[in-house]
Design a protein around this ligand. Structure first.
Ligand code: EPS
Length: 350
């Protein structure tokens, strides 16, 4: 079951990234400046690479919104790749422009290059890199910004923070500087929090309706994310039942909790507490000091392809996770409170 559906398209150095969102009811305010602010957040963070100096991501809304309000029809979002100017011939869709400039055959361990080439039969790994690049997360953040604007009407807010970079829990920039000098990359750990969620989004009745499962899928499929947990899920194996579960108390007739180890989800449903999602991002596989690998063109051992890369993108990853989770929550909102317009949803959610 999916009410908030979207598809994205676009290559890292292609003309543009595009998304079509279907299922947004009529009457929601769409603030383009807010979407652009979210795009700016995704581009920032200490440790980003050369590409971020080229791009200033801005969204263009080409359908579904009129005079700042959603129409109920599909919404199309476009982000132009400025770098396309430098890649027009290399990324051309015309057979007349065929070139092997910027082709490469040396897989980056940890990236999609090897499995992608076997799967799709591409000899030129550029054909894989262009879509497997994390560049596509720009348009996902724009989609997530639309989801956040819907949630905002119901008082729901999202935020995130970096918890750890490499081995450091505090001096992140020094850690990143050290990695840059060594020509390596760093991963890290981040946390996303959603506040003011109603009780009962998601359901326990079937495996594919559990919101924790839906959130895990959304976060796990962000490039470089290797593990996702809800609340104190990563410690769940070592805590006793008394330590882990969040006891319930009454305060002026209202049910309250003093802890939130469950991260706001019980039985696959929101329980009215803050939704807390944590995830670990591996280090980006593209490195100035490259790893050993195999050249697929002649099956010889060599070192991996390097063009340019971010040293660390954990802060950006947290922003992307906010966007993805917002999509999962909006989907549940539409399932539960339905309606073809904001007005209908407001009536249904009272
Ligand atoms: C990214 C754009 C990419 C990479 C990065 C994320 O740009 P380019 O390939 O031109 O350098 O900087 O992607 C990766 C690190 C990766 O391994 O895919 C962006 O817009 O965030």
């Amino acid at each position: 079951m999916q009410k908030f559906r979207f598809l994205t398209a676009g290559e890292s150095h292609g003309k543009a990234l595009t998304a079509i969102i279907e299922g947004v009811p009529a009457g929601f305010s769409i603030d383009e400046d807010f979407i652009n602010e979210e795009l700016k957040r995704r581009q920032s963070g200490y440790g980003r690479g050369g590409r971020m100096k080229i791009e200033t991501d801005r969204v263009e809304i080409t359908s579904g919104v009129r005079f700042g309000k959603t129409l109920g029809s599909p919404i199309t979002l476009v982000i132009k790749n400025k770098d396309f100017e430098n890649w027009q011939k290399i990324m051309s869709s015309s057979a007349d422009d065929l070139t092997d400039e910027k082709s490469f055959t040396t897989c980056r361990p940890g990236h999609a290059d090897y499995a992608g080439s076997v799967k799709y039969g591409h000899q030129d790994l550029r054909n894989i890199l262009e879509r497997s690049s994390a560049r596509k997360t720009a348009i996902e953040v724009a989609v997530g910004a639309v989801a956040k604007l819907i949630l905002k009407e119901f008082g729901i807010t999202a935020d995130s923070r970096v918890l750890q970079i490499g081995n450091s829990q505090s001096d992140f920039n020094a850690e990143i500087d050290k990695a840059r000098e060594e020509g390596i990359t760093l991963g890290g750990r981040f946390e996303v929090v959603f506040k003011n969620l109603p009780v009962g989004l998601g359901s326990y009745v079937h495996y594919d309706r559990k919101l924790d499962g839906k959130i895990a899928q959304m976060v796990m499929s962000i490039p470089a994310v290797k593990s996702v947990s809800i609340g104190d899920g990563e410690d769940a194996h070592r805590l006793s039942g008394r330590e882990f579960h969040d006891e319930m108390f009454l305060e002026n007739g209202k049910i309250v909790r003093k802890t939130n180890h469950a991260g706001g989800l019980e039985g696959g449903m929101t329980n009215g507490e803050d939704l807390i999602v944590r995830a670990n991002m591996k280090p980006i596989p593209t490195m100035r000091s490259p790893l050993n690998t195999v050249d697929l063109a002649n099956l010889t051992e060599t070192t991996a392809h390097f063009e340019r890369s971010d040293v660390c993108a954990v802060e950006a990853c947290a922003v992307i996770a906010e966007a993805r989770i917002a999509c999962a929550i909006v989907d549940e909102f539409l399932l539960k409170f339905g309606g073809d317009s904001l007005e209908e949803m407001q009536t249904n959610s009272i």
